[in-house]
Design a protein around this ligand. Structure first.
Ligand SMILES: *Cc1c(COP(=O)(O)O)cnc(C)c1O
Length: 381
């Protein structure tokens, strides 16, 4: 019997059980515990930032990022339409609304269109930028590093600086991706803009079951986000709280997994890089990652003109694959939002099929997937 090959599953063969046992044996399972600060410190060291705040999910990190950027009711945030919905929803949690932009060939937000949108569709008044049609203020740019690729941060930051707009980086899919040329050489995705967010959900490159991390250029945002994540408690003993906070802090159980997973991250990236090359050697057409980054090779995008039939054919042969997300501006909750020049996102939306990419794929699995893609019946095309 052939085994089912899933799209992306965790790889938990390191010190996960050892660290979890340590947390459970010590009966430290909740939000205070040495693994939480340990994981934050290790992550900060890896990402080369002074501090990081460990939270319950990437979504929670993004919600806190919106708050840290002072985004609120009636504001606008520029966001990509080609992304997972969790990137965009936090904009609405704080009462703001997204303006949707197109992607470029990195699959991330297109800086040329970003600049055109700001120049043609917005105006400045008293040092603030307003969308001319909606009359609302643009408060930030949300960049999402899709599938472990890196957005063109050099161009995006130049534009953001000239319009004095903060940049939130959703690097949930890009843990470990760093820039290898230009102004941001050596910097990890998520550490370039004002606030950066990461996710350790089950299908991400490293996992804590569920979890996230927030970093920021100004460490005071990290500390404040951590404060908000712990119910904004200002006095340990007397239940004093100085703001409306959240129960967003990561637990010691999650962080125990995180410590063990982070130790293996560079190994996972090596394996995923080799598997990416292997697929290509086997004749599978994969979308390239941008040459200005060392990507983490999280997801592989096969480009095809028979997306749905291919997904079905693979499924019938016990291989899981999937299309890219439905464009966010076409979903009912967001269909009335402002959009600008969306074009490439449609093309990529209908032609991408993500194929198995787990770091525990075997050589035989790669061959089987490649054969199925190459030798699919003509009727499937
Ligand atoms: C996974 C993901 C998130 C959300 O992270 P969670 O930890 O699942 O809340 C946000 N944005 C993008 C692009 C993601 O892929």
């Amino acid at each position: 019997m052939e085994q089912y090959i899933p799209l992306s599953v965790p790889n938990l063969k390191g010190n996960e059980l050892k660290c979890l046992t340590e947390a459970v044996s010590a009966e430290w399972v909740s939000t205070s515990g040495s693994f939480v600060t340990g994981f934050e410190n290790e992550f900060a060291k890896y990402a080369n930032v002074p501090v990081a705040a460990a939270v319950q999910s990437g979504t929670a990190a993004l919600h806190l990022a919106m708050i840290e950027c002072g985004i609120g009711a009636g504001d606008l945030v520029i966001a990509p339409t080609l992304t997972f919905i969790a990137a965009v929803n936090p904009i609405t949690y704080v009462g703001a609304e997204p303006v949707f932009l197109d992607c470029d060939d990195s699959l991330c937000i297109d800086p040329i269109k970003l600049e055109r949108y700001l120049a043609e569709e917005c105006q400045s008044r008293d040092g603030k930028i307003y969308d001319k049609t909606l009359g609302k203020q643009i408060k930030a740019i949300l960049v999402v590093h899709i599938f472990g690729n890196g957005a063109d941060m050099e161009s995006i930051m130049k534009i953001a600086e000239s319009y004095d707009l903060p940049v939130i980086e959703d690097a949930t899919e890009a843990v470990g991706t760093f820039y290898n040329t230009g102004r941001y050489k050596g910097q990890m995705a998520g550490t370039i803009g004002d606030i950066g967010t990461y996710s350790f959900n089950g299908n991400k490159i490293i996992t804590t079951g569920g979890g996230g991390m927030l970093v920021a250029r100004d460490p005071k945002h990290v500390k404040h986000a951590r404060h908000l994540a712990t119910q904004a408690k200002s006095d340990e003993l007397y239940f004093d709280h100085d703001e409306i906070g959240f129960n967003y802090r990561m637990t010691n159980i999650q962080a125990a997994m995180g410590v063990a997973q982070l130790e293996q991250l560079e190994d996972f990236i090596d394996i995923k890089y080799n598997n990416y090359l292997r697929y290509k050697e086997l004749g599978i057409d994969l979308l390239p990652f941008s040459d200005y980054v060392r990507p983490n090779y999280w997801f592989y995008s096969h480009i095809t003109d028979d997306r749905d039939k291919l997904i079905q054919h693979l499924e019938e042969n016990k291989v899981q694959s999937r299309p890219v997300w439905k464009l966010i501006h076409t979903l009912p909750m967001y269909e009335k939002c402002r959009t600008f020049s969306i074009d490439k996102a449609y093309t990529y939306h209908k032609s991408i099929v993500n194929i198995p990419c787990s770091s525990n794929l075997k050589t035989d699995d790669l061959s089987r997937v490649a054969e199925l893609i190459k030798r699919r019946p003509i009727s499937a095309i």
